[in-house]
Write a protein that binds this ligand. Sequence first.
Ligand code: ATP
Ligand code: MG
Length: 426
Amino acid sequence: MSMQIKRPKGTQDVIPADIRKWRTVERITSEAAERFGFREIRTPVFEDTGLYVRSVGDTSDVVTKEMYTVSSKGDDTFTLRPEGTAGVVRAMLENGILNEGLPQKVYYIIPCYRHEKPQAGRLREFHQFGVEMFGSASPYADAEIILLARSVLESCGIGGLELHINSIGCPECRAKYKEALKGYFEGYKSELCDTCLERLDKNPMRILDCKSPVCKEIANGAPVILDYLCDDCREHFESLKSILEDCGVKFTVDPKIVRGLDYYTRTVFEFITDCIGAQGTVCGGGRYDGLVSELGGQKTPALGFGMGLERLILTMQSSGAAFAEQPVCDIYLVPAGEEAHRRCAVLTDLLRQRGIAAEYDLMERGVKAQMKYADKIKAKYACVIGSDELESNIARVKNMSTGEETAVSLGCFADEFMKIINSAGD
Ligand code: ATP
Ligand code: MG
């Protein structure tokens, strides 16, 4: 026997028994986005590598360590999408959508690829629900995005999530802040991890995002960005906070949130849970007012978030949230004998044309084994068809939960079965 090939590390199969979880979160997220006036957009799984280097940033973990880059036959190199925003911005520009009236609001549900150390809630292929809004610089837009994320999380039935917000200012306030940070961390050069030593010169804000306990401890005493905001950035942040308060949204101002991607400006936020262990950030997002022009468009304020669907499902499971039921078989036809089998093939087809989920035996089992199978797949009704039924043209449809039987004429089977399910209220 040859060796079985296993799935790549950090990937998951979604088997049929789990698909309802995915259908549930896909439905809840897309319905919420559409309620807020967002429309779906789909972009390629792979993009020009330069797109991510320019947008996500060449000091980010995503670009320096996590990209899956492939070269194709020519000289081009492509990268499997590590996040959704860059591709969407590219598509908005390439299709001229930003000329069509603002704000433009889009959402997506996509697989993303990052070369990370796999663990619970951290995969190499994972899925994101994301939204992006273009054209508004108003703090009401920031609030709108946060309210949408909150609406999704509430519809998923998860409580106990904390919203953390921060402002990382504009490039002007950030320049002064980076200087101050650099000065502070320079005093701890001997203790910082190797990665953070590199970050010290290139982008000291990244150190605040380091997961090593020593760097975290040092970062606790670091200067705080909120003390360096310019008047406009401060006013924007103050307005956002009061809109959130008006809407009854609880939040914590957390000056340590800097987010992992370079393109953020002003508002950044995360929804965090403590019930799925270390990978507790279910949703992260913020404003990126410089990205559209960075990618060749007109200067356009914009913002959005990404929500990890694996982490969302883990959180739902651990908080006992309900997933929608799987669709079940409405009726299972149980043929006894060759002629009945041929009749069942036709009847099943007619039932399906009427929108009924119908199945019949494909294993050539005996009647008893077929009834057992009907039970196992949780068929709502079953109907045995043998030579007696063919002769009398009447069969009995059995309600599998009550045992009640109803006579049905084979000549107008689908019509009569519809009446049964309608009167049963299924
Ligand atoms: P983290 O700090 O956990 O690495 P991040 O800052 O890299 O997260 P973003 O790039 O903002 O995450 O992505 C948005 C969301 O996507 C995250 O909040 C998380 O829910 C999810 N996510 C990110 N990376 C992974 C991954 N490797 N596996 C599963 N989900 C992920
Ligand atoms: Mg990350």
